[in-house]
Design a protein around this ligand. Sequence first.
Ligand SMILES: Nc1ncnc2c1ncn2[C@@H]1O[C@H](COP(=O)(O)OP(=O)(O)OP(=O)(O)O)[C@@H](O)[C@H]1O
Ligand SMILES: [Mg+2]
Length: 236
Amino acid sequence: MSDIVLELKNVNKIFGQGDTKVQALDSVSFSVKRGEFLLIVGSSGSGKSTLLNMIGLLDRPTNGQVFIDEKNTTNLSDNKISEFRNSKLGFIFQFSNLLVDLTVLENVLLPRSIQKTDQNAQKEAIDLLKAVGLEKQMHKRANKVSGGQAQRAAIARGLINKPTIVLADEPTGNLDSVTAETIVQLMKSMAKKLNQTFVIVTHDRHQFGEVDRIITIKDGRAFEGEDVPPKMELTI
Ligand SMILES: Nc1ncnc2c1ncn2[C@@H]1O[C@H](COP(=O)(O)OP(=O)(O)OP(=O)(O)O)[C@@H](O)[C@H]1O
Ligand SMILES: [Mg+2]
């Protein structure tokens, strides 16, 4: 098992053409190690979500390559990409996106039933729900829990497939600052406990305190660290 779980090589993303052309990502190259807790920061419109969509295999680069677990995903068919995404990636969104007709436990189990790896799933889901502090809420319907509890459930759901990488776009963006703080601490402690790689987009870097690594996106270009140019640009 390699230590590198994610590698981007010269990833470009261009939206539109002619007058409406936008280069959302410009020669982005970097790699991420197993267990790394990485923040992606940058101003609005800089390209953070576009980058996360490339890593999450939700959209394809205009050119360049995305390797996950050493597998080049560039030439995979749409079907293969979905399969690969379900098995290798976990997602946490700004809004928990739980299905309100299902219980918290059923929501956490969903990625496993999609993947048809139900064996032992129930026990693993319950263990995760305990770990995120939802022992007493797991049989409630998803619309009967608080925003913070829903986001805890979303974290458990994001981890249930034992993904190579968990991706989160503004996971605390919809929470008050106290709840946000507990969600941040929870993600950090789960990352440590499981040696789980997290790649998190946030506009609130300070909420996260000390993290392994920060990448700043500015005008579609990636820079190591919190400060933008003239610091080191991440290209090859
Ligand atoms: N589907 C799309 N079609 C056209 N342009 C797009 C599309 N998605 C993003 N863009 C453009 O690409 C650039 C980067 O957008 P992106 O959503 O990645 O920014 P962001 O850093 O996530 O911003 P925010 O902090 O506001 O969420 C912006 O100029 C945006 O308008
Ligand atoms: Mg965004």
